[in-house]
Design a protein around this ligand. Sequence first.
Ligand code: ZN
Length: 186
Amino acid sequence: MENKKTAILVVDMLNDFVTGALKCDRGLATVEPNQRLLRAARKYGVHVIFCNDAHIKDIDHEFKIWGPHAIAGTPGAEVIPELELCDKDYVVPKRRYSGFNHTDLDLLLRELGVDTVIMTGLHTHMCVRHTSADAFCLGYKVVVASDATDSFTEEDYKIGIEYLKSVYGAEVYTVDELCEMFAKQA
Ligand code: ZN
């Protein structure tokens, strides 16, 4: 893993997922590890890309299942303040589970020269999994930051991680391990 060829894909760390419409305690617990990881990434030249739900009011397909959430232009669709979105970061709005679905994420990763994505955010067995699926199919190496992603339940989380490992060959590291890897290349 080379720092400059690596991007962290931070999935749906938005107000509605952490403290709003779809909030959950397990999501809240991923805030601090994500903070630590992003701090190290920005310091050591790893790209940071936020893959953010940005739904259209009333019509979006997903609302049938989850109810209204992360509507574009509302505070619920903003990155949580703790992650301190900055000028060097990139934001890719999405309207489906996967960050690649009808977005320019693949184009952005190619322009940045990225070959490896590190997955974090919510939820491990849904948006993280679907984004990982597309990343794998497009030829990216998939890495998961195990303590910076979670699901509504422990069971969903475990199923998510196992699926990423077995189906996409994802390598799983803790945030501390990843920070150490970034620092070694400094
Ligand atoms: Zn959504």
